[in-house]
Design a protein around this ligand. Structure first.
Ligand SMILES: O=P(O)(O)OC[C@H]1O[C@H](OP(=O)(O)OP(=O)(O)O)[C@H](O)[C@@H]1O
Ligand SMILES: NC(=O)CC[C@H](N)C(=O)O
Ligand code: SF4
Ligand SMILES: [Mg+2]
Length: 543
């Protein structure tokens, strides 16, 4: 029998509460350092076929989250996820993390933090709510983090309150063999089951974040070396995790066996090793990209001799890199999953033009920011003029909590402004990377018509979003996804365009060719590579 566990994910605005429902039990079965020689599979995946079937049966319910009070302007987009950075072997490690975090700011705006190891081997932490520049506005905060190694994090919550300082990472904890800090990008789909079990055994939790269970699993592992403890802990995790751990001597970089989230490794000229979510952070701090941390790999850098070792967390599992990283989340100047993001986006736009051209249109314009390269690809493939027809104003905050609809409409104009000279009297093709709730598209169509566009043809360079993400992206609940509620013509009417087309899933796959099976596309296909697990009360009693 399973019980229904709830993993709360609350932010100040509209947030999700997934009803996780699946089954699973795990065994204490630890063998010291066997991971080098004889890696073996995660025991806490979807469990038996019966359990998996039960979990799948529950899926529609599970991914239909409860919604808290919705602030329609603040939370109407897929919010990004989290970003991590780690530097070891550089006297300015925390300053480099600070700069790198700024470059990763698009991945998380709710909170930021850095943990550094000082010359005395003690780990120190500075965390705060808000943007990186705000958290470290007081120079003494960064100055309090001297030392040769540091890790940093920017957060968009998937589990645990957004507005809580306690949930801001990196988390720093002490266990009987020393201090350890962790920074996590991803989301654990068995977090609540693990937490229930740990709490039943007496663990006391300090946060409401899924990430904290990892520290508890490390502390309670029966293995001795930390590498074995990290492997023990990860063996019990299900879902998405790109992790950085820092101790007095070492930095560990870990990626889950499916490789949902990116994690890359680079090196500075002075030999310092850098890990980051995206290569744009490496570029900023003059680190040369070396390689991805492979799915299921643990890379360990020892700051005392700068030796780098690699271990296999689990044997081969199918890769399931998040295709949305290419579509929307990552910066276009990053290389993610070994692909230049801007090239992928241009290819999506080209493919969209092949599949759904807009004959007779006068001009192609992008929806800034992330629709830029897809629109460029669309214009190239269709031989239409490419123009910047919408200007994005970057000083507006994400949320407009305004008293009336009239004021809210004005606030929308503050963020996006049409360039009349490009639009008036024209048949305009507007290309965006994705359409989620449809809020952006509706507003843009209205703006363009008000600016005198003769026709507005909306083209979306990804398939319709019909599933919520379980792996580290805070997407709206399924009920709020417009393509779940309406067919194509319904969506077109709702946003008010003359025509509307999405890139088909088949076409998206064809762009990746043989590689396409290596990507997660669950938000388009609802084929979830890892299903959530339920706490199993019987197993808890055995424990
Ligand atoms: O259908 P919706 O619910 O409106 O969500 C989709 C929109 O949200 C994203 O843009 P966003 O403005 O968040 O960021 P960007 O500047 O990176 O494009 C995405 O690029 C779409 O434009
Ligand atoms: N988006 C993320 O990667 C979030 C990490 C973690 N699950 C949290 O909520 O803090
Ligand atoms: S469900 Fe969508 S956003 Fe989430 S990991 Fe899969 S492709 Fe990425
Ligand atoms: Mg956008």
């Amino acid at each position: 029998m399973g019980i229904v566990a709830a993993a709360a994910a609350t932010t100040a605005t509209s947030r999700l509460l997934y009803r996780y429902a699946a089954a699973g039990s795990d065994r204490h079965n630890r063998h010291h350092l066997r991971y080098y020689a004889s890696p073996y599979p995660l025991s806490l995946r979807c469990g038996s076929g019966r359990r998996e079937a039960a979990a799948r049966a529950l899926l529609p319910d599970r991914v239909t989250p409860f919604s808290y009070g919705v602030d329609e302007d603040a939370d109407d987009h897929p919010r990004e996820e989290c970003g991590v950075i780690g530097v070891v072997g550089d006297p300015d490690a925390s300053s480099l993390c600070y700069l790198g975090l700024q470059k990763l700011q698009h991945r998380g705006e709710e909170g930021a933090g850095i943990v550094a190891v000082g010359g005395d081997g003690k780990l120190k932490s500075v965390t705060g709510l808000g943007l990186v520049a705000d958290v470290f506005a007081d120079p003494s905060r960064l100055a309090s983090l001297p030392g040769p190694a540091a890790i940093g994090h920017v957060r968009y919550s998937t589990a645990g309150a957004a507005a809580s300082l306690r949930n801001v990472q990196p988390f720093l904890a002490g266990y009987r063999f020393g201090q350890v800090a962790v920074a996590h990008n991803g989301n654990l789909v068995n977090y609540q089951a693990l937490r229930n079990k740990l709490e039943a055994r007496g663990s006391i939790f300090n946060t409401s974040s899924d990430t904290e269970v990892i520290l508890h699993l490390i502390a309670t592992s029966l293995s001795r070396p930390l590498l074995a403890r990290v492997c023990d802990a990860c063996e019990r995790l299900a879902g998405a995790y790109s992790l950085l751990f820092l101790t007095a001597d070492k930095l560990f970089a870990v990626r889950d066996p499916h490789g949902f989230r990116p994690l890359v490794m680079g090196r500075r000229r002075n030999g310092a090793v850098v890990f980051a979510s995206e290569t744009c952070a490496l570029d900023l701090i003059d680190a040369t990209y070396e390689r991805e941390v492979e799915p299921g790999e643990v890379v360990v850098v020892d700051r005392r001799d700068m030796s780098v070792a690699s271990a296999c967390l689990v044997p081969h599992r199918p890769r399931r890199a998040c295709v949305f990283e290419h579509i929307y989340f990552s910066l276009p100047n990053s290389v993610v999953f070994s692909h230049a993001v801007h090239e992928r986006r241009t290819a999506f736009g080209q493919a969209l033009a092949e599949e759904s051209p807009a004959p007779g249109a006068d001009v192609v314009i992008p929806v800034p920011d992330s629709g830029f390269y897809a629109a460029l690809g669309f214009a190239r493939a269709s031989g239409l003029e490419f123009q910047q027809g919408l200007i994005r104003w970057h000083y507006s905050g994400r949320s407009f909590i305004q008293p009336t609809q009239a004021i809210r409409d004005l606030a929308v104009k503050l963020k996006l402004a049409p360039v009349r000279g490009v639009i008036t009297g024209k048949s305009v093709v507007v290309v965006d990377d994705s359409l989620v709730r449809g809020t952006t598209s509706s507003k843009i169509v209205r703006l363009l018509r008000d600016a005198g566009a003769r026709e507005v043809h909306m083209r979306i360079a990804s398939p319709p979003v019909v599933g919520s993400c379980l792996y580290g992206i805070d997407t709206p609940s399924e009920g709020e996804l417009i393509s779940n509620r309406m067919d194509l013509d319904g969506v077109r009417r709702e946003i008010g365009s003359d025509s509307l087309a999405f890139l088909s899933l088949d076409k998206l796959h064809s762009i990746y060719g043989e590689e396409s099976g290596n990507y997660c596309d669950a938000c388009f296909s609802r084929k979830y590579p890892v299903l959530p697990t339920l706490a199993d009360p019987a197993a808890e009693l055995e424990d």
